[in-house]
Design a protein around this ligand. Sequence first.
Ligand code: SF4
Ligand code: SF4
Length: 443
Amino acid sequence: MSGANGGDLLEGVVLAPAVSPAPSAFSSLSPCVHCGFCLQACPTYLATGDEADSPRGRIVLMRALERGEIAPTDAALLHHLDACLGCRGCEPVCPSGVGYGRGLETARAMLAKERGFRPLARAILTVFGRNGLWRTVFTGARWVRDLGIAGAFAGRGRQGFGMAMIAATKPGRRAVRREADRPIEGDVRRPASPAGPAVALFRGCVMDTLFSHVHEATRRTLLANGYRVIDIGGQICCGALHDHAGDREGAITLARVNLRAFANRADYVVVNSAGCGALLKDYGHLLGSSEAEAFGTKVRDVAELLADRGPRTGGVLDMTVAYDAPCHLQHAQRVHDAPLAVLRAIPGLRVQLLPGFDRCCGSAGIYSLLEPAMSRAVLDAKIRTFVEASPPPALVVTGNPGCLMQIGGGLRAEGLPIQVAHPVELLDWSYQTGGVYGKASDR
Ligand code: SF4
Ligand code: SF4
């Protein structure tokens, strides 16, 4: 495919009887005028230079799919839509307001119905759909990490990179963490107001196992800023991985369980994973009910809640960090300044916004497992910015588990002495350093 409007797009593709969804299903793509402003914001286009790997090219493909001019089993169509990260980096730069994400979601659900799922995708989605399975898998991964096996076998090859990603989940600043991981109840010098908003923590799957230290930091920092943090049982994976892969039914099943678990139990539902937060906020669209819509309005990223309260200032952390904006926080949730407000509450911290800090890292849910070559090509471009930074950052800070693992894995695979951390981890360390939680002798 080539050309501004994809005029020769259909050369050689299989024409098929129309298998189209409802006529309005792709309406979010209608405003596209093929101007091409989105091309330079698209990581896959930048990696391949192929128009069909750009937002504009994929919109042409999706419209042809809608009209039944391309078969949903067409190999070229599948290749180029599978290669899309779903990062939505093309949306904010589009002057016509094209809703690319909604269109991709519709196309993927349609393709999933027609061709089913690739075996690896099916296996992964099955694991994430059952609490017992993902907990077993990630608990095993945690052992592999804690025994040092992941770090020892980290490398650039496919298996080595998987180990590097697991090793990257290791909590940073271990000495500080030992002190910080004390029980949270009553360990804050300024106690939470009894009248403070009640916040229910969304635990998730990867976050609840490999990143449980981020949950602890989330609880402590919210408590220190006047929120009452409550635990809700009966939660399950949010369904974002299913939704992005086109498994709408799987996502809806999980969403219904969460809706029941959280029903009117708190003022806010707090999330520290950008990918989960984006879908939880969008449950109204997914489930099409007023109850789900109301639930979505209560969901907040942890950075949003902290920024609403200032947040209170911590102790000095004299270090340089690079902030990397998760796609599902900035593009899907439109949250830009709150994580930076969290970092600004840390005296002495120098925050870099390096070129491409707002561009996808190539993680994209299960994309890095299904499309490893493109995922690594996109990641390599980002890793280069850390290598070239002057001064080099001590840490890369980002608020999504997939990004933490992808960027952290890439840094380890390259042997770079740069760690990764969630913004609330840094605030938590700063609160430790500044005595916000009280000294051990005060407890
Ligand atoms: S999606 Fe928007 S920016 Fe991209 S070609 Fe269409 S109108 Fe232009
Ligand atoms: S979602 Fe991301 S990868 Fe897909 S077309 Fe848009 S910018 Fe490119």
